[in-house]
Design a protein around this ligand. Structure first.
Ligand code: SF4
Length: 375
């Protein structure tokens, strides 16, 4: 337990992270005491360089720390090189079976290869890929998926199960270890949260490699967000996980946003404005739902961690405002109370409210950033 955890004022909020070894994905650290990172994956054609770069930049804007790109053929390897030059985050090349793509991707500047060494053929091929990774400072991710487990493991265990997934991951890991390569992280994904979570729990016990979390093929935006929050959230809460990707059949930017929401909900990372708002009811002094939607939309560019409460009436408004940097509580006669630093500060009207709150939050973010620069 770290010193800060030992001295925690609110021990019920503490999460003790599993101790994992630390690796590098480009200039981003994964594992150890590095912040838990958020990843996503492009869904454009990799050979469409402009579209892929635009998508990576949109993900960066939303806060992605690492982005993965599929490299299914030689033309994609060539495009990868152009893409990497135009983006800022480290790129993981998704390889699967073609060992040559792995070598090309490492040469193209990929920071990490998503590749299962057991799937790429002979020991000589594995050696070639590992040597390319070493030469170019590339790490790797072993990605076990319940839907594509090796035949011998399916025969041994009868069906995809946590033990089979852990064994598969450790088999792949051993191949890299035998090549004196330890710069890798592992994922054991399943679309079934019970299976995925149990596999990650088993793997967390069995090794100290950093773990990349995900519930694969989780579904559309709403259902996939719920399923991922349960699966990934459960693991993170138990201290397991060093990086994550939320898989949604939706715009990848949404995956990044959901990933952050999961981390923010568990107090594992902070980024941007955290809005605390009530569901609203007949007591509301203003339209809470519309106000929250408008404020969230207008404040989504802010990266500075700030908390904001938007509460419809005095039943819960003053209490929530006490715990947030800026608070708004609906009052009667179109007279709503604004709280700054937890204390009542001044009033605002329904008409001015949204512009006013947006400005207060923006000013606060600017002040925090200016202070950071001066310190
Ligand atoms: S805080 Fe007030 S307006 Fe919001 S749900 Fe509760 S009682 Fe209703």
């Amino acid at each position: 337990m770290s010193k800060s955890q030992a001295m925690s004022v609110r021990p019920y909020r503490d999460i003790t992270r599993r101790k994992s070894r630390q690796i590098r994905v480009g200039d981003v650290l994964v594992g150890g005491d590095a912040p838990i990172t958020v990843q996503s994956m492009t869904n454009t054609l990799t050979t469409d360089v402009d579209a892929t770069v635009a998508q990576v930049l949109a993900m960066e804007e939303a806060g992605a720390d690492i982005v993965r790109i599929s490299v299914p053929d030689e033309a994609s390897s060539a495009a990868l090189k152009d893409i990497i030059k135009q983006v800022n985050v480290p790129i993981v090349a998704d390889i699967h079976f073609h060992y040559k793509r792995g070598i090309e991707a490492a040469e193209a500047g990929a920071a990490c290869l998503r590749i299962n060494p057991g799937n790429i053929g002979s020991a000589a091929r594995v050696r070639e890929v590992v040597s390319a990774a070493k030469d170019h400072g590339c790490s790797m991710r072993i990605g076990v998926n319940a839907g594509s487990l090796e035949k011998d493991l399916l025969e041994k265990y009868g069906e995809p199960c946590p033990e089979a997934m852990v064994e598969s991951a450790l088999n792949h890991a051993r191949i890299l270890e035998d090549n004196d390569f330890y710069e890798f992280k592992i994922s054991v994904k399943a679309s079934d949260a019970f299976l995925g979570v149990a596999a990650y729990q088993g793997l967390a016990e069995a090794c100290d490699y950093p773990l990349h979390l995900g519930i694969t093929e989780a579904g559309g935006l709403q259902a996939g967000t719920v399923l991922s929050s349960i699966g990934i959230g459960n693991l993170l809460w138990a201290g397991i996980g060093d990086t994550l990707r939320v898989s949604l059949s939706a715009d990848p930017v949404e995956e990044v946003k959901v990933g952050y929401h999961i981390l923010k909900s568990l107090g594992l990372r902070t980024r941007g404005v955290k809005v605390v708002s009530c569901p609203s009811c007949a007591r509301q002094g203003f339209d809470v739902v519309k106000t929250v939607a408008a404020v969230e939309e207008r404040l989504q560019h802010i990266r500075t961690p700030i908390s904001l409460s938007i509460i419809g009436c005095v039943v819960n408004g003053p209490g929530e405002a006490k715990e947030t940097d800026i608070g708004l509580t609906g009052g009667g006669s179109d007279n709503h109370k604004v709280y700054v630093g937890g204390v009542p500060d001044h009033n605002t009207s329904s008409e001015e409210m949204i512009d006013h709150i947006v400005k207060l939050v923006q000013d606060k973010a600017d002040a925090i950033e200016a202070e950071k620069e001066n310190s």
